[in-house]
Design a protein around this ligand. Sequence first.
Ligand code: FE2
Ligand code: FE2
Length: 391
Amino acid sequence: MIKKKTKNILFVDDDKRILYAFKKALEKTEYQMFFADSADNAFLILKNEEIDLAIVDLRMPIVSGYEILESIKNDYPGVFRIALIGFVDEVKILKALSKNLASSYIIKPWSQNDLLGTIDYYFSLYTELKDRNIIEKINSISNLPTIPDIYLKITKAIDEDQDIQKIAELIELDHSISAKVIQIVNSAYFNIKTASISKALIYLGINNIKNIIMSQSIFSSLEDKYAEGLWKHAETTNRIMNLIYKNVLCKTLDEDLQSVGLFHDIGKVVLINDYHNGYFDLCELYFENEDYVLQDLEYEKFGLSHEEVGYYFMKLWGVIEEIPEAALYHHDPFNENVKNKELVSVIHLANHYSKIVLENKVYDHELDMRVFDYLGINQQYFENVLQTAKI
Ligand SMILES: [Fe+2]
Ligand SMILES: [Fe+2]
C-alpha cells in the first residue's frame, strides 16, 4: 500500500532544471511536491492545494520572488516561506529575511544531504508552530531585526574551516561590531584584557563570539531608548549565569553556552521592533496592575508570548539548540519538555537576580524557588557570592 503523502511543498523557480532537480532530490521522501515556473502557476496551485511550505526563487522574471513571497505572506499566512538564492545573492537575502517575507533560505546549488536535512528541519519547526497555533501570527510579523551580513560571512567561514586569523579579519572589517566584541571581552566577567579580535576569538571561542555578534546586532536594531535597558538586562543575566556556574556550582560551562543568557529575552526585541510603542503600552498596563501576568497580556495583544517569539527566531537563525530552549522556558524551568534543566534553571535564577541588581521596578514573573533545591544552591550563600562579585 502506498503511504498517503500529507506534507505539501510548492517549489517556484523559472528555471525548469532546478524544479527537476528538486523533484529528483525529494522523490523518495514522503513529501508531496508541486512545481510552478511562474507566479501565475504558483498562485493557481496555492489556490487549489493545501500547501504547507513554499520554496521560492528570489530571481524570477516579470513577478519577482520578493513579490511572490509577499503575496503568499498576505494571502496564505499559514504557509511557511523559504527563499531560494544563488551564492551571489547572499546579501540580498537579508532584505527578504528582515521583512519576514521568508523565514529562511536555501542556497543554490545544494548538496542532497543538506537539502533533505534543511527541509525536514523546517517541517518539524512548522509542525511545532502549527500545534501551538502560532504559525499565522509568526508568519505575519512585518519587521524583524536584521541579521548582519558579517554574521552570515562568519558562519560561512566557519563552515569552510577558515583559520582564526581569516575570521578575525572579517570581523575587523566591521568597526562597530569589533568595538562591541572587544568591549564585552574586556568586561568584568570575562576579565580578559585585549584589543585584538583574534585573541578574543582564541579566549572565548569562535561560536561564543558569533553569538555575541548576533545578539548585539539584534539589540542594536532597536532605537537607543529601548535598546539600552534590554541589553543591560540581557548582559547582566548572562554574567550572573556564568557566575553561578563558575563560583556557585563550580562547574565549567561549555564554551558554546557562555552567551546563552544574552538571548533569553530576544523575543521582546522582536515584538518591540514590530509593534514599537504597542509593546510599551502593554508594559505600562502591566506595571499599573500587579495582578496582571505579562505573558497573558502578550497573548491578549499579540497572540504569542516573548518566549515563543524568541524560541522561534533562534531556531530559524540556526543557533545551538540550548539557546532557543532557554528563551522558551526561562520563566518555566520545570516544564516537562525542558531537556537541559540545569541550564534553564540557572537562566531562570540569573534573570530574576539581574532585575534585582539593576533595580528594575517590576519582575515579569515570580521566581520559582524550587530552582535552589534543584541546583543544590543555598539562597543566602548565592546572594553573598553575588554581592561580593559586584555584578
Ligand atoms: Fe522574559
Ligand atoms: Fe529577562
